[in-house]
Write a protein that binds this ligand. Sequence first.
Ligand code: 6PG
Length: 490
Amino acid sequence: MKQKKSDIGLIGLAVMGENLSLNLEKNNWKVSVYNRTVPGIEEGVVERFINGRAKGKNIEGYNDIPSFIESLETPRKIMMMVRAGNPVDELMEQVFPHLSPGDILIDGGNSNYEDTNRRVLLGESKGFYFVGAGVSGGEEGALNGASIMPGGSEEAWPAVKPILQSIAAKADDGTPCCDWIGPGGSGHFVKMIHNGIEYGDMQLIAEAYWALKNFLQIDNQELSEIFFSWNEGKLRSYLIEITANILIHKDKYGGYLLDKILDAAGQKGTGKWSVINAMELGMPLGLIATAVFERSLSALKDLRKVASDQYHHIEKRAVFNKPELVLDVYSALYASKLVSYAQGFAVLQRASDTFSWNLNMASIARMWRAGCIIRSAFLNDIAAAFETTDKPVHLLLAPYFRREVKQVFHGWRRLVSGAISEGMPIPAFSSALNYFYSLTSEHLPANLIQAQRDYFGAHTFERIDEPRGKYFHEDWTGHGGDTKSGTYNV
Ligand code: 6PG
């Protein structure tokens, strides 16, 4: 009897690829897997997987592309889990000659959304479909349920929907954390902003940890208890939970491992991309930018050592009342997190308008409720805010969040001013607070910036006593010309 062909093929057996194929198989899909062979570097990867973790499972291994593709049911669905960048293009070139019209390529890596825009067009020009799917959740999520953000060729969605939704995490109400995002590279754009928000959350949590540890001089056990208690309330989230665990994790020598980890953070680039793209869109994403730059600054460990020897500013420490300080740190963390998500969603909205993606903000918030790194209780509140008929123009203006910010505002402000006067770096807490102050100020000193631009470069300005969109130039010195510079904005 002819053997049933595979429902899906997966290329790239690094940890994410292995785990996703096991997750697919667990959900009753027959899976073919392929990994390239590079003598001396990647050898026997397929055999090791098939004879190891995939043993006895409905997973077939292939070492060459033609037979791997031949093993798939048409229209073929092929998920690529390879490194973002050139490897994806190279792989596509190798796969294209063996595909049939209507076959579907899914890129599950952390690809740049502009690459995905290009690949969707390329795939479609050859008669195939291309889906750029952001996948979040790390190894654990890949195996037991990830948050999956697919976008690209919408014609492919009905065929890939049951497969991707089956391996997605399920929110508490049972909804799969995977739904169609939109055209082109929108899926990867949304994943990129997810990662940017992840950077922001991590920096905020790190600042909370640092403020508590240094102001209260408490040990990791006590710190962990605070984070565990926060995990019972509005801050309940995966990152708070793992922080509580990390704090009390001991290494094989018996000490807290966290205290022995070098304070120089790495980054693979998606936080940076978020900021670059926010800048391209002309949108403020200051908290995430701060988080990215703080990782860069942390990595300058040697320079910080030299500088700290020359400026001993962290010597003096005020004595804080513990319950009050804990509440203020909580307030700063919660309010700054609100600011960060508001900034992130505003960038998504701007991208959606600019690229005509028609993104559904409530649906994106729901997709992030489980499976992904930023999963949290609070995404339910964000989804609810976007679901109201009276959609907020900005998340901080939604009635629920307005009430929330008002409650924590004083603690947030006290913590930021206290930390700054004590010489404690809290760059993300203060970036969030400054954004909040600017956002909620009807008047800002940008009139002076406009005047300066016009003074030295005839860049023109609008007047408060004239309609918007009408531009003026002043002869500031009495000997300037009449020629104006363009009024365009980037
Ligand atoms: C996820 C993560 C993941 C990301 C890592 C590393 O959603 O599962 O965002 O995609 O690559 O967290 O990111 P950095 O090395 O840039 O911290």
